[in-house]
Design a protein around this ligand. Structure first.
Ligand code: ADP
Ligand code: MG
Length: 691
């Protein structure tokens, strides 16, 4: 294996056991090791006068033994007092050999490294590393660089890691040649790659180590940038490969049908909807399959955009399938699509697990012979018995439920060896640059504009002590003929207890609200029962829906104008925003009441304040990113898959745009340099590709 992809086992002294331990840290190659960033540094470059030490510091010092003794208190220990003329300090050993006590007798000169602690009247160092030095040699040079400390694992010693890193650094010019073309996007003061890596692993004594550890240092930024570029290009190339490998039908004759759909709508498309519709149309007109992610905040109008894409497929002589994660959502989509498409003569088939057998069989037949142009359903859509006549487009809604990168087993459903175009839609927006980096193997579109005329949701934060006022507010809304949600968050870790809390709340509110009908859904109910209850709410037969957070996804009940979220302080920003997105969907003014209990922590206060200030999902995602970091936002799986070592998507967010631009340019204009960079850091796709 070439370059930084060289296996660690090719380094001297790395046998199977050591290799195994290194693998536990995810370190397989010399490149991995060089990107393994120290978690702190120790200064062994200079001797510190004992008189200047403070507890907590890890220091190198040299002194002469004043006395030593084996003390036998509660625990037997070897005490050894050393002094250097500026002060004195006790070395403490709880484990020691008899010979050690002899070594450390009065007059011996020692060089020690360890953490300074406060002791009884005199500072201490417990179990320091030490060596005997001859007095004449007392000013023998210390280390010439700061000593790195790495995250490690059982049985893997710092000394081993340092030795291996040193071996890797020695190979540097050979394995990691300068691969980045000089360009304006590289900061002029950034060091070259080799110098940067040396600075990270063996910083000169005067280096700003805080900047190194926090990733602000040019050395870290330089390496992070190269790493991001390599990963970005890998994902991009993977997308290219996917698209090149498969042939999709050209869906380029659908404009007239899509146009008729547009003209039949009771509203005008927003600018964002028009833009995304055009992006989809352009993608689908190609014979390479579309792989596109549509990010759109709750209520941004993704469904109609999906319907337009379906119309384009049908107008081009193919079929389209729309999949939702739950029956309720699928049913809702089915209603919308039927409403828009049936008047145009397009048949929409309903495929769900719950449909009566005869109905289901009929739907299957009409899909198989191509009578039905569009299929809507849940996972049931992708069962074996479902055969399409000519599937050209698959739309998956609320994709974060499935994991954005999950590719569905659709190849056989395309018919004639063709693969359908794919659109996935998510209501969990993440900042665009982040999305384009994390999902660089997809194209990303954003619906970043709200349909007009919608009243913003007024959000208030209220202490749980004012519960009775909150209940009155609910009653007032219901009295006006509106509907409301009351969300109980899990108070205990267990779903069971959480469900019980919802049961109790429903009973209590049922009593308090008298004639208004109250229903309950929670995670412990059978899926069918849950869906039936939600459906009664959607039909307006139930006035108040008490629920655990299971209602998070996609329900559209425009008449629901009030939401109470109890214990709102327990939820994250994204989840609160998703929940709140269930209201404010009609023309009437809506309100969200965030009820908290006890005193709010600082971060909870911040979260609730963000929600009060804005209901723009992208803005909220940006704040969430600042509060929680990208790992939480993308899910461990996605960030894990990115497997970044030196780079940090949040910290280095300002690099992402340049990385995308340069990555695209490099792949196009200098494929050899791109290849070298990818091979250098990411290499074997197998370690990376299984997302
Ligand atoms: P989401 O993006 O959350 O899936 P939906 O597609 O459910 O949003 O749309 C929310 C509501 O907004 C629906 O009732 C839909 O008919 C309506 N809508 C969509 N686009 C527009 C528009 N351009 N103008 C007015 N209303 C719209
Ligand atoms: Mg939706």
């Amino acid at each position: 294996m070439e370059g930084a992809q060289r296996r660690l086992t090719t380094l001297p002294g790395v046998g199977p056991r050591l290799a195994q331990r290194l693998e536990r840290l995810g370190l397989y190659t010399v490149g991995d090791l060089l990107l393994h960033r120290p978690i702190r540094y120790e200064d062994r470059t200079r001797l510190r006068p004992i008189g200047t030490l403070r507890p907590g510091e890890r220091v190198l010092l040299e002194g002469r033994v004043a006395w030593s003794e084996v003390a036998r208190g509660r625990r037997k220990r070897l005490l050894c007092r050393v002094g250097d003329g500026t002060g004195q300090l006790d070395l403490v050993f709880f484990h020691f050999y008899p010979r050690q006590a002899e070594h450390l007798r009065r007059g011996t000169c020692l060089r020690c490294f360890g953490e300074v602690r406060s002791g009884y009247g005199v500072l201490q160092m417990v179990h320091p590393e030490y060596q005997l030095v001859t007095p004449g040699d007392a000013d023998a040079p210390a280390e010439d660089a700061l000593t790195p400390v790495y995250a490690s694992t059982e049985g893997l010693y710092q000394g081993q890691l340092r030795r291996l890193v040193a071996a890797g650094l020695a190979l540097l010019p050979e394995i990691a040649p300068e691969r980045l073309p000089p360009g304006a996007w590289l900061e002029p003061d950034w060091p070259g790659l080799a110098e940067a890596l040396r600075t990270i692993h063996r910083p000169p004594p005067d280096t700003d180590t805080e900047a190194l550890l926090e990733g602000r240092h040019p050395a870290v930024r330089r390496v992070a940038c190269e790493e991001l570029l390599a990963h970005h290009m890998t994902l991009r190339r993977r997308r290219q490969a996917l698209r090149a490998a498969a042939e999709a039908p050209r869906l380029d004759r659908g404009q007239p049908l899509a146009q008729r759909l547009r003209e039949g709508l009771p509203f005008a498309l927003t600018g964002a909807q028009q833009r995304v519709d055009a992006e989809l149309a352009a993608d689908m007109a190609q014979s390479a399959p579309m792989l596109r992610l549509l990010q759109g905040d709750v209520g941004s109008g993704k469904t109609v955009v999906a319907a337009l894409a379906c119309a384009r497929a049908v107008g081009s002589g193919c079929q389209a399938a729309l999949m939702a994660p739950t029956e309720l959502l699928a049913e809702q989509h089915c209603r919308s699509l039927q409403g828009w498409l049936a008047p145009l003569g397009v048949e929409v088939a309903w495929l769900s697990g719950g449909a009566p057998a005869a109905e289901r069989r009929a739907a299957l037949e009409r899909l198989a012979d191509g009578q039905a142009g569009v299929a809507v359903g849940t996972h049931a859509l992708f069962q074996d018995q479902v055969v399409f006549h000519s599937l050209g487009l698959v739309v998956v809604d609320e994709q974060h439920r499935f994991g954005v990168h999950q590719r569905l087993a659709l190849k056989d459903k395309g018919g004639g060896g063709a693969e359908p175009h794919q659109l996935t839609m998510t209501a969990t927006p993440i900042p665009r640059t982040l999305a384009m980096t994390a999902y660089a193997d997809l194209d990303v579109s954003a619906l970043d504009e709200r349909p007009p005329g919608r009243q913003p949701v007024q959000t208030v934060v209220v202490s749980g002590q004012r519960r009775s006022e909150v209940v009155e507010r609910v009653r007032a809304a219901l009295d006006e003929g509106r509907q409301a949600y009351w969300v109980c968050t899990l108070i205990e870790a267990s779903e069971e207890v959480g469900a019980q809390a919802a049961v109790d709340t429903a009973a209590e509110l049922g009593q308090a609200l008298g004639e208004h009908r109250v229903a309950l859904v929670h995670g412990r109910m059978a899926a069918g029962e849950k869906e039936r209850t939600m459906a009664t709410f959607a039909r307006g037969e139930v006035a108040l829906l008490v629920a655990t957070t299971v209602i998070e996804v996609g329900v559209d009940v425009p008449n629901a104008t009030l939401m109470v979220i109890d214990n709102a302080e327990r939820l994250g920003l994204a989840q609160l925003h998703q929940l709140r997105g269930r209201i404010g969907r009609g023309r009437a003014a809506s309100a969200c009441v965030l009820v908290y209990h006890g005193t709010l922590s600082e971060s909870a206060r911040q979260r609730l304040a963000v929600l009060r200030e804005t209901d723009d999902g992208f803005a909220i995602a940006q704040r969430d990113l600042a509060i929680r970091g990208p790992g939480e936002l993308l899910g461990a799986r996605q960030t894990g898959a990115l497997n970044l070592r030196m780079a940090d998507l949040h910290r280095d967010a300002d690099l992402l745009e340049a990385v995308q631009r340069e990555g695209g340019r490099l792949l196009e204009q200098d494929p050899a340099a791109a290849e070298a960079l990818i091979q250098g850091w990411v290499g074997e796709a197998e370690r990376y590709g299984q997302v």
